[in-house]
Design a protein around this ligand. Structure first.
Ligand code: HAM
Length: 424
């Protein structure tokens, strides 16, 4: 029996890991410059955390969660995390992080689980990097979070993207808008598709999100939430936009952008890419001032954040021709042994040189000189040093530069410093 990965999951193979590391390092470097620290939370949580946090009428909670009981008799229900924001807010409340710092800025690089129908860019286990800024109600926090997300894409060289921006107002605005939208849609109810009909009572704002071309015109002419905004949300949104203009971050206002999670208030944003196909959202986020209370806090905890899908980013990097430029690190030198005595010497020397910071390869298969040289070339080593009885007796070594085919005689005591200076 041959075991295979489960549908909707993927191995990240050694040939791909340099690219993953490059993405992670770029994200970490930007997060650091904005003063964010890493948070890691458990992969599974109490199911109620997500029911309350994400919202019972959302697709995620309704049909996409991997929920299980820890044992047959247990009353407990656990769920593999489908997103990070609820977990981060749970950790913030559990550990009173707000008492230690008025604004808590954290980032994560985590795997998530959603029982979706797998397709290109949509998996059942996938990765996100993201960040949450908890404690500030001010538009500066929104603008900084968006700018931070954009800086990561920018530094990765991602183009062909559109940043969509909207404001969902406060809770009262949304309640008011919900009724306005239902009143507008009601006479057209029969024209709605099955999914939208289902959403009409449960979550009518999500109808705006529909990709059904038959509903395009109806949705386009729908009353706009921005026209219903309360004064505070309106001025908050204006300030966020002014900052983004100041930062040179380009965006378009998208009246249809409501996002698929219920916790958002005021700013909502999403970055889409024309290189992605149907699943075109590279990342998204927004403000979620109500989530803390939803999870049991005594007062409102203002917060804003974003998350980006790493697998989708890989597709975008691939189509931009960037992934092929990120190569796995190559060895500085391959030590090639011509005899058993030489093998002993290269093993010891490789150890010593690795301690000095060099990447050193040796042959672990006791292959012929020719095969070892072929391996050195295959690995892309900069140098090869062939070691035989003669070299060990005389202390004179041939240092071969495999990239230029140059060869040079070097005294044993000078080998390390020569390789170090020429590979630095
Ligand atoms: P989200 O829009 O559900 O937001 O997910 C963010 C990103 O994760 C998406 O734009 C997409 O790139 C990626 N993603 C989502 N589902 C899948 C999937 N099944 N396969 C591959 N990639 C996927 C959130 O998760 C919010 N927690 C973001 C946030 C943070 N809001 C505030 N703070």
């Amino acid at each position: 029996m041959k075991f295979q990965t489960i549908t909707g999951t993927k191995d990240i193979l050694p040939s791909e890991s340099s690219l993953w590391q490059h993405i992670e390092q770029t994200a970490r470097s930007v997060f650091k410059r904005f003063g964010y620290s890493e948070i890691r939370t458990p992969v599974f949580e109490d199911t109620n955390l997500f029911l309350r946090g994400i919202g019972e009428t959302t697709d995620i909670v309704g049909k996409e969660m991997y929920t299980f009981k820890p044992s047959a008799e247990s009353e407990e229900s656990l769920t593999l995390r489908p997103e990070m924001t609820a977990s981060v807010m749970r950790a913030y409340l559990q550990h009173s992080l707000g008492a230690q710092s008025p604004v808590v800025k954290v980032y994560y690089i985590s795997e998530l689980f959603r029982k979706e129908k797998p397709q290109k860019g949509r998996y059942r286990q996938f990765w996100q990097f993201g960040a949450e800024c908890i404690g500030s109600a001010n538009p500066e926090a929104d603008a900084e979070v968006i700018a931070m997300m954009m800086m990561i894409y920018d530094e990765l060289g991602i183009k062909n993207t559109t940043l969509k921006l909207n404001s969902l107002g406060d809770i009262e605005t949304r309640k008011r808008y919900r009724t306005i939208l239902q009143d507008y849609l009601r006479p057209h109810f029969d024209k709605l598709d099955a999914v939208s009909k289902e959403r009409f009572e449960k979550n009518p704002l999500r109808i705006l999100d529909s990709k059904n071309p038959d509903l395009k015109e109806l949705i386009e002419n729908a009353p706009r939430i921005l026209e219903c905004l309360d004064e505070v949300s309106k001025s908050h949104f204006e300030t966020v936009k002014t900052y983004l203009d100041d930062f040179g971050v380009k965006y378009v206002i998208d009246h249809r952008l409501v996002r698929g999670l219920d916790y958002y208030s005021r700013t909502a944003f999403e970055l889409v890419s024309s290189d992605l196909g149907a699943q075109d959202a590279l990342g998204g986020g927004g403000r979620y001032d109500g989530l803390g209370e939803q999870l049991g806090a005594e007062k409102e905890i203002p917060a804003v954040g974003f998350a980006s899908g790493i697998e989708r980013l890989l597709i975008a990097l691939e189509s931009a021709g960037i992934s092929e430029k990120i190569q796995p690190p190559k060895p500085d030198v391959m030590l090639v042994a011509q005899s058993p005595l030489a093998r002993g010497w290269i093993m010891k020397t490789a150890q010593a040189w690795r301690k000095e910071g060099l990447t050193v390869e040796t042959d672990l298969l006791a292959r012929s000189l020719k095969a070892q040289m072929r391996e050195a070339n295959r690995l892309g080593a900069t140098f090869a040093v062939i070691v035989g009885e003669n070299e060990l007796q005389t202390g004179k070594f041939q240092l071969k530069n495999l990239l230029t085919s140059e060869q040079k005689e070097i005294q044993q005591e000078d080998l390390l410093s020569e390789i170090k200076t020429r590979t630095a």
